[in-house]
Design a protein around this ligand. Structure first.
Ligand code: ZN
Length: 241
């Protein structure tokens, strides 16, 4: 993972840049405001514009540390282009990602440091998180819904910082995923996302600047996935914006 432009400038969704390389239906850009996806988050989508044309960007393909922006047509744009991130989609991902941190924080606090075994954000306004929770009572998990919405209403600010890999591994609960630690950046640092007053965890995604930016959340479903795993599905009230 490199230090993404969207981490440093989360509010910049339109950026003029240059095509570095192209093949039919994909381009490498000198700089990009798109989040490439990963850790359960879907890649940003949007549009690429140039004098006389435009094409939809449908996803990002990461190959050997390079981020190929996939295009909706088999064309090879060149030169100066304007990149435009789909703001509604970014907002949906940021809301769901922030809400999964809140859910994760509450589960971690209420269930003795239970770790995450998987996560997926969906474009229909839902997300799922899997936790290693062999003993948990599903009714107690379902009862977290008002607590999640209470954190949203409190409008807690979010901020991020970079710490060394050693410091990240030494802080209990910072790396919340049971199986994989987030990859360090090219300079060995790990990005930490904090919901001030609630939670700190290593994460490379996009988030809100404060929790009240999320619509209220509902816990839609809790499934037992094997002996250890519980899958909690949440959804934003109102579904797709
Ligand atoms: Zn995150």
């Amino acid at each position: 993972m490199s230090r993404y432009f969207c981490h440093e400038h989360p509010d910049v969704l339109i950026l003029e840049t240059r095509v570095e390389a192209a093949r039919p239906g994909a381009v490498l850009l000198e700089q990009s405001p798109f989040h490439p996806g990963g850790g359960g988050q879907l890649a940003d989508r949007g549009v690429l514009r140039w004098s006389g044309g435009e094409v939809r960007v449908t996803g990002i393909e990461a190959v050997g540390g390079l981020y190929w922006h996939r295009l909706a047509e088999p064309i090879e744009p060149a030169g100066v282009v304007e990149t435009v991130v789909d703001s509604a989609f970014r907002s949906l991902m940021a809301q769901l990602h922030t809400d999964t941190h809140i859910l994760n924080a509450l589960v971690f606090q209420d269930f003795q440091g239970a770790l995450v075994t998987g996560a997926q954000l969906n474009e229909d306004g839902t997300a799922r998180m899997d936790f290693d929770l062999p003993e948990a009572d599903n009714d107690r998990l379902r009862a977290l819904e008002p607590a999640i919405n209470d954190v949203i209403r409190q409008d807690l600010p979010l901020r991020d910082a970079y710490v060394s890999e050693a410091a990240a591994l030494a802080e209990r609960g910072l790396v919340r995923n049971r199986s994989v630690a987030p990859p360090p950046t090219s300079d060995g640092a790990i990005r930490v996302v904090e919901i001030v007053g609630l939670d700190r965890q290593a994460c490379g995604g996009t988030h809100l600047s404060s929790t009240a930016g999320s619509r209220p959340v509902r816990i839609l479903k809790i499934d037992n996935k094997g002996r250890h795993n519980r899958r909690i599905k949440i959804g934003l009230a109102g579904g797709i914006p």
